[in-house]
Design a protein around this ligand. Structure first.
Ligand SMILES: NC(=O)c1ccc[n+]([C@@H]2O[C@H](COP(=O)([O-])OP(=O)(O)OC[C@H]3O[C@@H](n4cnc5c(N)ncnc54)[C@H](OP(=O)(O)O)[C@@H]3O)[C@@H](O)[C@H]2O)c1
Length: 227
């Protein structure tokens, strides 16, 4: 059992809930930070911190301080918070580009900045960012989303270099399609068994947050399932 402490942003969402479970089962002390209120069925033992806009530095700092205070420090930050919008350039509203940038890049950068003092104090901290396979190659209608997730990769790369000698590792995963209720509703004809299972992706996030991956920083790991 690890006995370490983690903050999972977006911890009330589909992947976030699976991630919270994976860390709990591995013996971590877990705080879930999210925009909305904690959903029914949040597991016992999770410190649920709702109503937090992670694009706002003061709000993010208050949440990280609360988690680190309650759990005796902070060893890992898993940036799951984010979102998706499909829109073509021709028909879509240009505000979608800044909205997705805020939702995906600003939240990850702000949460990371807010968590940094506690992560450095732990002596061996880790940040794991959830980007997307689309960051490498965008399909039609995915420009704004892919650009924002490419921003998450550049953040990962730059922060890994910045923190290389300061005891904090920074890595990212690039999922294709996760098997979530929202995706099943949007793509009812798809073969869900080929998609990435949330528990499998959560296990990868756990690995990248754990000492088992201590030699890895600045990595961008494609998690494709069989898509
Ligand atoms: N689903 C996929 O197929 C897929 C594929 C590749 C990558 N990803 C990425 O994986 C992550 C999780 O996806 P998911 O399907 O689990 O999404 P989800 O269920 O919508 O969970 C994302 C969570 O992030 C929260 N959030 C958004 N903006 C926030 C902010 N400013 N401050 C605090 N929390 C905020 C959302 O809150 P609200 O619901 O209240 O807005 C939601 O609870 C996302 O980063 C997504 O882009 C997903």
């Amino acid at each position: 059992m690890s006995g370490k402490s983690v903050v999972v942003t977006g911890g009330f969402g589909a992947l976030g809930r699976a991630t919270v479970r994976a860390f709990l089962e591995a013996g971590w002390r877990v705080a879930a930070v999210d925009l909305g209120e904690a959903p029914e069925g949040t597991p016992d033992g999770v410190l649920a911190i709702g109503g937090v806009d992670l694009a706002d530095l003061d709000s993010a700092r208050a949440a990280m301080d609360k988690a680190a205070g309650a759990h005796g420090g902070l060893h890992a930050l898993v940036n799951v918070a984010g979102g998706f919008r499909w829109q073509t350039l021709e028909d879509g509203d240009l505000s979608g580009w800044s909205a997705l940038h805020r939702m995906n890049v600003t939240t990850a950068a702000t949460a990371s900045k807010a968590a940094l003092p506690a992560l450095k104090a732990s002596g061996a901290g880790a940040i794991v960012n959830v980007a997307a396979a689309a960051a490498r190659r965008a399909a039609a209608g995915m420009g704004a989303y892919a650009a924002s997730k490419a921003g998450v990769l550049r953040l990962t790369e730059s922060l890994a270099e910045e923190l290389k000698d300061q005891g904090v590792r920074v890595n990212a995963v690039l999922p294709t399609i996760i098997d979530t209720p929202a995706n099943r509703a949007d793509m009812p004809g798809a073969d869900f068994g080929r998609w990435v299972q949330p528990a499998d992706l959560a296990a990868t996030l756990l690995f990248l947050a754990s000492d088992a991956s201590r030699a890895i920083t600045g990595a961008e790991l494609l998690v494709a399932g069989r898509v």
